[in-house]
Ligand binder design. Structure first.
Ligand code: 2BA
Ligand code: 2BA
Length: 109
């Protein structure tokens, strides 16, 4: 068994959730925050059999779009200076950052 962890944009999360259910996959959605943009995103955890991993990855890929996002200057006042960005920069966000992790044990009570 594998655990697929996928960080996706909020805009894609309902579509992805619907597609996963439609294809018979079980998933848990968690509200998360990107460390860089400090904006909300959604983390899916999807426990699947090894042979289903590729198909789940295809579902994720098909439902998550790459988008450009402008990062506004962040004022260092009152905060730390290590993440200070002095001018707006455009970053590419998503489609999805996906990790596939082996599951040692799965119990369902
Ligand atoms: P954020 O951390 O808010 O990052 C949003 C986008 O900003 C990233 O898109 C990337 O294009 C850029 N970015 C992030 N950190 C950067 C850095 N240190 N220097 C320059 N640009 C940077 P994605 O790579 O598609 O990531 C989207 C979200 O997925 C991230 O949101 C984060 O929540 C998650 N993520 C991505 N890679 C990860 C990783 N290796 N481990 C854990 N979470 C990750
Ligand atoms: P359970 O299987 O007991 O799952 C309870 C919750 O545990 C799920 O909530 C989900 O958040 C998490 N979960 C279960 N299996 C998971 C997995 N393999 N990976 C990640 N998270 C997992 P819900 O998704 O709201 O599901 C509530 C109940 O609806 C489930 O109870 C199950 O009886 C049924 N169900 C869920 N997805 C189904 C599906 N695709 N087909 C048929 N029944 C489904």
């Amino acid at each position: 068994m594998k655990l697929v962890i996928a960080v996706v944009q909020d805009k894609d999360s309902s579509r992805l959730s619907n597609s996963l259910v439609k294809q018979g996959y079980r998933a848990t959605k968690m509200a998360s925050t990107g460390g860089f943009l400090r904006a909300g995103n959604t983390t899916f955890i999807i426990g699947v059999e090894d042979e289903q991993v590729d198909s789940v990855l295809q579902v994720i890929q098909a439902n998550c779009k790459i988008r450009e996002q402008l990062v506004s200057p962040v004022s260092p006042i009152g905060g730390t200076t290590d993440s200070y960005i002095p001018f707006p920069v455009e970053v590419q966000v998503g489609g999805a950052a996906v990790f596939v992790i082996p599951v040692e044990r799965f119990e369902h009570y």
